[in-house]
Design a binder for this molecule. Structure first.
Ligand code: DC
Length: 218
């Protein structure tokens, strides 16, 4: 069984997908972490993120891998667990930029589909229901208004001890929305047959309950 959850940054996809996977005993596939891992390596190696040829070269000498560690998918970059290093604004924004390249997307495609071979996954990203798993059993599109998404991102950053201001997060969020939805290859969009859920006034638990109303695991 494959459940996909797509949507813009800050819509609550990660929290909801994680909780849903736990509730169902499924694996949680965070595909943004794959783009982030690659972007992290590009930044570390000072590779210009607008240089597609250099990024293709980077992919050819990079191993991004997903491992099931105690029922949780972890992302490994050249053998190293980079989960904790890739959750910054800088890496997120670079991930959004490199994810516009078809070659980068192609490089990560089979890895994502292989994760689906294990069955029982909740796959979260931007093109899960439209491109990676078009035949998923259930597709959801999670959205929230921009102000709420900015506030959530701000709270997340501040809780991690990262200094952040509303205006900066707003700027970054608007740029990311533009990049992710206007790009030519696999842009963020509502997949065909997806159920749209607006989480603006819902808690993560309420969103999970809403999703579970549609999902039958029998
Ligand atoms: O969900 P996230 O913030 O970790 O994703 C980081 C970036 O990666 C996002 O802005 C666009 C890209 N991405 C993508 O293009 N396709 C996906 N399925 C997941 C993420």
């Amino acid at each position: 069984m494959i459940i996909t959850i797509d949507g813009p940054a800050g819509a609550g996809k990660s929290t909801v997908s994680k909780a849903l996977a736990e509730e169902l005993g499924y694996l949680y596939l965070d595909t943004g972490s794959l783009y982030r891992a690659l972007a992290y390596k590009a930044l570390e190696n000072k590779i210009p993120i607008d240089d597609e040829a250099a990024l293709v070269n980077l992919c050819s000498r990079t191993e991004v891998d997903l491992k099931n560690v105690g029922g949780k998918m972890k992302v490994y970059l050249d053998g190293e667990d980079v989960g904790a290093k890739i959750r910054t604004q800088e890496v997120g924004s670079a991930a959004s930029k490199i994810s516009a390249y078809a070659t980068v997307r192609q490089y990560l495609l089979s890895l994502q589909r292989r994760a689906g071979d294990q069955g029982g996954i909740v796959a979260e990203g931007r093109d899960m229901g439209s491109v990676v798993f078009p035949d998923a059993d259930y597709k959801f599109y999670l959205d929230a208004n921009t102000d709420e998404r900015i506030k959530r991102r701000l709270t997340e950053l501040l809780s991690k001890g990262t200094s952040a201001e509303y205006q900066n997060v707003q700027k970054e969020m608007i740029a990311r929305d533009q990049q992710d939805s206007k790009r030519q290859h696999s842009p963020l969009k509502v997949p065909e047959k997806a159920i749209i859920i607006d989480s603006t006034v819902l808690s993560p638990a309420q969103v999970v309950d809403e999703i579970l109303k549609y999902v039958s695991t029998k």
